[in-house]
Design a protein around this ligand. Structure first.
Ligand SMILES: C[S@@+](CC[C@H](N)C(=O)[O-])C[C@H]1O[C@@H](n2cnc3c(N)ncnc32)[C@H](O)[C@@H]1O
Length: 247
């Protein structure tokens, strides 16, 4: 994560300017991971109440908007990596933005989604992740862990950000998979798993996945290298990872 990452600033009239890149909300989600409101509506056709988790929620804007729309029918949970992106900050943001106390999601801090997730298995009906995967190192483990925490019948929608045309060629493929020392298509590889569908993100270079729960997901990928490209050039984004197919 970048250094000097400001959270909020004061405007000329003493109001708060909240960092926009951490409050993309449902509008931002549409381009990156499609219409998640629709996914939730589908799940609510089968169940009275569902549990929703956003990995890397920032201020929790998307969760707040979902709660405003679905009210008592959804329970909202969000994670952040940094300890200062906590419950108190989310509450401040929510109230400043005109949301009610009841609409504030439950926030978990110090969650690194490239490690085993701190949630029990079979726990959430819907998991989504936008504008975050670029910071997650072991993305194969991340996808497997999301599958683990989903309940039977649950759905996850996760941005891949596997390709960036604004990077130099060497760092365009941000989620590289190698088979017998040759780079293969990440999209085709993931699409081969029966529970995963890869979709194109709108107006962006990359894709996202829609995943349904399976008992155990093993992507058979071993992380062999990661490169924080934004440490090389501050105009580049996130971390490139290289994985090898496990024999
Ligand atoms: C650009 S913000 C996106 C916030 C929100 N999803 C949105 O779209 O407005 C990036 C998020 O990634 C989280 N993050 C950074 N590194 C992470 C990691 N290794 N594992 C999980 N989350 C991480 C941060 O805490 C933050 O919530």
């Amino acid at each position: 994560m970048r250094k000097n990452y400001w959270i909020k600033k004061e405007d000329k009239n003493g109001g708060i300017i909240w960092r926009r890149g951490r409050a993309q909300g449902l509008e931002g989600a549409k381009g990156r991971i499609g219409n998640i409101t629709k996914q939730i509506e589908e799940l609510l056709k089968k169940k009275k109440k569902i549990k929703v988790l956003e990995i890397g929620t920032g201020f929790g804007r998307a969760l707040l908007e979902l709660k405003q729309k679905f009210g008592e029918r959804i329970e909202t949970h969000g994670t952040n990596y940094e300890k200062e992106w906590n419950q108190k900050l989310t509450a401040q943001y929510s109230l400043d933005q005109g949301f009610s106390r009841e609409e504030i999601p439950k926030i978990y801090t110090k969650i690194d989604a490239g490690k085993k997730l701190r949630f029990k298995s079979n726990n959430f009906d819907f998991v989504f992740c936008q504008a975050t995967v670029q910071y997650i190192i072991d993305r194969a483990l991340f996808i497997e862990e999301v599958n683990r925490v989903l309940i039977k019948g649950g759905i996850a929608v996760l941005e891949l950000q596997e390709y960036r045309s604004d990077h130099p060629k060497k760092y365009q493929n941000m989620f590289e998979i190698r088979k017998d020392n040759k780079v293969i298509s990440t999209i085709k590889y993931l699409n081969n798993f029966g529970n995963i569908k890869v979709r194109k993100s709108l107006g962006r270079d990359w894709h996202y996945i829609i995943m349904s729960k399976v008992k155990k997901l093993n992507l058979k990928l071993k992380l062999i290298k990661h490169i924080h490209v934004e440490k090389i050039n501050k105009n580049w984004w996130g971390t490139k990872i290289i994985c090898e197919i496990r024999k």
